[in-house]
Design a protein around this ligand. Structure first.
Ligand code: NAD
Length: 292
């Protein structure tokens, strides 16, 4: 059984750390926020004294933090005490350039590293059904694979360092755009006098089908259960979608990729968040299109 240190015990990190402990690993965690440490202790997780202290004993160290700057700061701290040959896995969703900087720092310290952002949200973290998109060397991926298997149902090795984050933002940019396209079609159907369930029946088995229609339809009472059926309670909050859309635009700018729909979709989620709806599910953007 491995000695695993877990930093960032928030909505996602705590259940992921718990699943590793439940599988019999020797897990110690830390979080900068006292309330998060207390919640983790109540949940039965062993808590250390600081980021650097929990890193001292780690064979594997996992980060689940809010953004690229914090990940880089914490990586600098823990790399002072991590043993050579240990593995640093960053599961946070961050910008590609911070992910690449993290791999460089780890390499200098003789520590293996992976960027491994996730899809699946809080439910996936609790149920151990996350999908990991992983960037880094094959050797590092092989060391990390058994832990991805515990925390998730699938881990895809996407390529070199940074490619996990690249895959994540490409996926989420497509999701952000396809949700708006879905909302536009359903809102237009209503105005054309076409029943929304008829549109669902057609599209879900036709060329317009996509996850936003088939699994997560933004209209209440249509398709499988989704946040629309629960007054658009998140699910995946619009503020988190905006974070990922902003990261996609940052990445597009850095390589001069043309993403005109990504850019426009980012603006629409930004308006929704500025209208005070950042805590609602991102599919509630259907109401923001209606307004215009
Ligand atoms: P969260 O805010 O609930 O948790 C982050 C934790 O990091 C907090 O408890 C915070 O106190 C801690 N932290 C911040 N700075 C720290 C530091 N310097 N040292 C130690 N701990 C520190 O966020 P979350 O929802 O768990 O998301 C974590 C990451 O996962 C984010 O990058 C997010 O984009 C990504 N993600 C979230 C979801 C989701 O549905 N919540 C889905 C996929 C990916």
């Amino acid at each position: 059984m491995a000695k695993i240190s877990f930093i960032g015990l928030g909505n996602m990190g705590l259940p992921m750390a718990q699943n590793l402990a439940k599988a019999g690993h020797d897990v110690i965690g830390f979080d900068a926020l006292p309330a998060a440490r207390e919640a983790a202790t109540s949940a039965g997780l062993t808590i250390g004294e600081s980021n650097t202290q929990v890193a001292e004993t780690a064979e594997i160290i996992i980060l689940m933090l809010p953004n690229g700057q914090i990940v880089q700061d914490v990586a600098k701290e823990v790399l002072t005490t991590l043993s050579k040959g240990s593995l640093l896995i960053d599961c946070s969703t961050i910008d590609v350039s911070s992910a690449k900087a993290l791999h460089e720092m780890a390499k200098t310290a003789d520590v293996h590293s992976l960027d491994a952002p996730v899809s699946g949200g809080i439910g996936g973290a609790a149920g151990g059904t996350l999908t990991f998109m992983v960037g880094g060397s094959t050797e590092a991926f092989e060391i990390g694979a058994p832990y991805f298997e515990i925390m998730g149902q699938k881990a895809v090795h996407c390529g070199d360092g940074g490619s996990g984050q690249s895959a994540k933002i490409c996926n989420n940019m497509m999701l952000g755009i396809s949700m708006i396209a879905t909302c536009e079609a359903f809102a237009m159907a209503e105005k054309l006098g076409l029943s929304q369930s008829a549109l669902f029946d057609v599209v879900s088995t036709s060329s317009g089908s996509c996850w936003s229609v088939n699994t997560y339809c933004p209209v209440p009472g249509v398709g499988p259960q989704s946040p629309a059926d629960n007054d658009y309670k998140a699910g995946f909050a619009a503020a988190l979608m905006l974070k990922d859309m902003d990261l996609s635009q940052q990445a597009a700018g850095s390589v001069e990729a043309a993403t005109p729909l990504g850019e426009h979709a980012t603006r629409l989620y930004k308006q929704m968040v500025e209208d005070g709806q950042g805590g609602a599910d991102f599919s509630a953007i259907i109401h923001h299109l209606d307004k215009k």
